[in-house]
Design a binder for this molecule. Structure first.
Ligand code: SF4
Ligand code: SF4
Length: 152
């Protein structure tokens, strides 16, 4: 497997990264794997404290990453071409940060070398995410934890 280039996230644009570097950018927070409800009138997104059925709520990683797009139609494959749409991702997300010209956070594993820090800092969903399979569809609105306004 090819090595990651030194501090690649600072030295190369998102569309210049290798696939391995692109994947390594993910901080493993699992926030993008929380279910969302879209307001049909405003387009705003309500984020639920419920995780996609494929999310491992301890590691906060997808349990079937290779087949995720076939198994979960709503799953979005992040690519550099979609960087202009990253506003639906959490402010903390490494892809969104770089797309907006910000730096990686000090707790990011590429900076601190510790993949557990994202959990200890409470950035990840480990401490609260409930698998969506444990909740009745009729009760989804009871689990709204945030609303992401859609900016024009
Ligand atoms: S929100 Fe961003 S950093 Fe967090 S799991 Fe999703 S893609 Fe990775
Ligand atoms: S399929 Fe995997 S990557 Fe996609 S939202 Fe679900 S847990 Fe996240």
């Amino acid at each position: 497997m090819a090595e990651l280039r030194e501090r690649f996230w600072e030295r190369y644009a998102l569309d210049e990264l290798t696939q391995q570097e692109w994947e390594a950018l993910c901080d493993g927070c699992g926030q993008c794997c929380l279910r969302k409800l879209e307001d049909e009138d405003t387009g705003d997104l309500a984020v639920l404290g419920l995780s996609c059925r494929l999310l491992d709520t301890h590691s906060c990683r997808c349990s079937d990453y290779d087949n995720r797009l076939a198994k979960v139609p709503d799953c979005t494959q992040l690519t550099p071409e979609l960087a202009h749409q990253f506003k639906w991702l959490p402010h903390s997300c490494a892809y969104r940060r770089l797309a907006e010209g910000r730096k990686l956070a000090g707790w990011h594993h590429l900076i601190c070398g510790d993949p557990e820090r994202v959990h200890r800092k409470g950035i990840s969903v480990r401490s609260f995410a409930i698998p969506e399979t444990e909740v009745d569809e009729a009760d989804l609105e009871d689990h709204i934890i945030a609303v992401i306004p859609v900016e024009g």
